[in-house]
Ligand binder design. Sequence first.
Ligand code: ADP
Ligand code: GLC
Length: 489
Amino acid sequence: MATNSKLKICLATAELAPLAKTGGLADVSAALSAYLHHAGHDVRVLMPFYSRIDRTGLRIEPVPRLQNLYITVGPWDIEYSIDRVVLPTNGLPVYLLRCPALYDRPEIYGSGTDEHLRFIFLSRVAIEMCQHMQFAPDIFHCNDWHTALIPLYLRTVYSWDRLFARTRSILTIHNIGYQGVFSADILSDLNLGYSTDRLHQDDLSQGRINFLKTGVLYADLLTTVSPTYAREIQGTEYGIGLDGYLRQRSDRLIGILNGVDYAEWNPATDKLIPHRYSPDDMSGKRVCKLGLMREMGLAGTSRQPVIGIVTRLVSQKGIDLMVKVLPDLLAKRNFSLAVLGSGEPHYELFFESLQRAARGRVSYYRGYNNRLAHWIEAGSDMFLMPSLYEPCGLNQLYSLKYGTIPVVRATGGLADSVAQINPARGTGTGVLFSDYDEAGLYWAISTALTLQANQPLWQKIISNGMAMDFSWEKQGQQYVKLYRWLAGQ
Ligand code: ADP
Ligand code: GLC
């Protein structure tokens, strides 16, 4: 077949920006799908219609013939309908799985004992939606544990359907820290019939079922979101129990760095920030910095170094190191912190107490706030990501574009996207430290603060970063290549 033939792709995801987002999975699902759509491929994206989706400005329409359908899951006949919406931001059509019994919850994840059902259902509806539409995908693109059962379903429960005779499956691991492990008591809810013997038998006899592991075993191809993470997860330190299975399939595991949706994250066009700027005219960055400092109640002039943090507050993100290092460093060096994030309560309490102890120098916004995330990217001098592990990480990619120097641990996608500053040569884009320990983080922040005092060098490093291109036009092509290879095109 010609290399410019259009591919048919079904992409199933638990999150998609801006409709439902807890982290980077949402950004990537949206931006990769939009790239594929604009490149002319037929991509059918399915996600749950969570009740928390903000419908303002959206025209959501029921898809005729895909209303009031049923799937038997365990002992239940579960009713669902499919709606369709075209995203106003990028023209991407998205299919929404409407099933109030499963998705009308205040949170996207974790608010019930039926979590497994919610994503078994999403996975099966993705397949049955294709059947109802008579859509024969070349590629089924699954993401994380939520949709990792699709490859096994295609090989078992739905293998009778010739519609999928040529379909190949890809599982992208965005984060191996979340595997979707459930008690074996849910076995009958999988409706695998005799095919339960395809599940990992040791796990079953030990009383559990691991959704992500099942995907690792049965997907035709595995990808993850950076080349370094693809290597790291094949070792015991980062593989979280799946390293052996990944090593066995290493010829089928590929790391592709995520891209950035520059329509959304570009200081030259960003409508959410106080003032736009570009490498040719950086004056707006100072306006953004002063705006951020005012908005967050940080004291001082525009000369005060500001370090930004936007993150889920979970151990993956290196918050334990921050707890150990930041109070001391704040006492010894002159800088301010602009922090946005929510997550584990003890981390939230830490930032609240740090704010109380250093009012005017530390400002913490607890919660999720997209506008503030843009302000922090634009208004900070540095962006801190001392992650314990980081499959890709998007904020450091945004930081580079916003002229905000990333201070990161050299792991996963952080190692693949940030280059160590060499002051003598004026090369590099950020400060990296290797060992996950207090000394490493202390060194990295201190070094960045010292380097910032050398303004000509600092401006050069800023322009190095702003010139980097992590667009989906580049990264998306790598997925298309893989799709074609897998589909034999
Ligand atoms: P992860 O997916 O592990 O959380 P990423 O760096 O890939 O990490 O992506 C995080 C995404 O979520 C970024 O777009 C970031 O701006 C956004 N984000 C994280 N926390 C918040 C928050 N509290 N408010 C707004 N956006 C947030
Ligand atoms: C995950 C990872 C993050 C990655 C994102 C999108 O949540 O933690 O590093 O950027 O998925 O792939």
